[in-house]
Design a protein around this ligand. Structure first.
Ligand code: HEM
Ligand code: HEM
Length: 239
């Protein structure tokens, strides 16, 4: 009250209240941005592995461009896969918002209602947004079914292809070698791995658009929440 009075005395007649809730812990935030960087690196280098640059001039032994591109791809691949394992570990030891990514409550009727509401809000068919402390139902569904499943698929197929390079008996071959005959042959795994990239990139494009849109339109913070951990609710309390 004292603050409001002193603000009013100072001539600020438009004072707005905000409620803040701590949502995403540091490991979740760190994982998010490291993973985003990995996906960008993997998509650019992966695209170039599939559609290589024109031949370099001079002796083959003078150039190592594709080698560097593949090295960047494999390094980012390791970081992505190990990060995902770390994120699964954090779902067990972190706060309950850390589990939302993996536990989608499809058995709850209210969750489906909110999902439809969110879809309508995104399509400009609802006038007021709902507020959520953690993920909204539609975001949660996309994050799990497209990103988590997609990243697991890319790690399994990626390490199966990697095992072809490291050779028979290497850890990648022993753990993931079975994937290649399952798909048919190496080229089939390449094609599915490539298609998987577009599955994930489809998520990323919609995700980034909605994160920015919601930050502006839904009267609650989003991007800064993934940076600092706190969700700010403008005007009123979360429902
Ligand atoms: C979301 C993550 C990933 C994306 C978007 C991605 C993308 C791609 C793409 C587009 C290709 C080219 C496929 C082709 O047309 O032949 C490729 C190849 C490959 N990727 Fe990935 N990848 C990802 C994750 C991984 C992971 C985790 C590994 C594990 C180390 C990996 C290992 C490989 C290997 C070994 C190749 C074949 C390289 C070659 O034949 O020279 N990828 N990736
Ligand atoms: C390749 C890029 C990206 C990927 C793969 C990605 C993936 C994800 C995933 C999996 C989550 C769930 C986090 C969790 O529960 O642990 C998430 C949340 C989030 N991401 Fe991204 N992200 C990417 C880029 C971005 C960018 C560029 C922004 C900002 C413009 C952003 C903003 C957010 C926000 C605000 C949340 C939290 C949403 C909420 O509270 O419901 N992301 N992202």
């Amino acid at each position: 009250m004292a603050l409001e009075k002193s603000l009013a005395d100072a001539g600020h007649d438009q004072v707005r209240k905000q409620t803040a809730v701590y949502v995403y812990e540091a490991p979740v935030r760190l994982w998010h941005w490291v993973t985003a960087l990995c996906i960008v690196t993997l998509s650019i280098t992966g695209y170039l592995i599939g559609v290589p640059l024109p031949t370099m001039p001079g002796e083959a032994s003078d150039n190592y461009l594709m080698g560097y591109i593949r090295f960047a791809h494999f390094s980012a691949g390791y970081v992505l896969a190990l990060g995902l394992l770390g994120r699964i570990y954090w779902a067990f030891v972190g706060n309950h918002h850390a589990r939302e990514l993996f536990l989608v409550p499809i058995h709850k009727k209210a969750w489906w209602h909110e999902l439809i509401h969110e879809l309508r809000w995104y399509l400009f068919l609802e006038k007021t947004p709902k507020k959520y402390i953690g993920h909204n139902p539609l975001g949660q569904l996309a994050m799990f079914s497209v990103f988590v499943i997609g990243a697991i698929f890319m790690s399994v197929t990626g390490f199966a292809l990697y095992g072809e390079g490291t050779g028979q008996g290497s850890w990648a071959d022993r753990l993931f070698g079975w994937v290649i005959p399952l798909f048919g042959q190496s080229l089939d795994v390449h094609s599915w791995h490539r298609l998987g990239m577009w599955y994930i990139l489809m998520f990323v494009m919609i995700h980034v658009y909605l994160a920015i849109r919601e930050d502006i339109m839904s009267r609650q913070s989003l991007i800064s929440t993934m940076v600092g951990g706190w969700r700010m609710f403008k005007d009123d309390k979360p429902d």
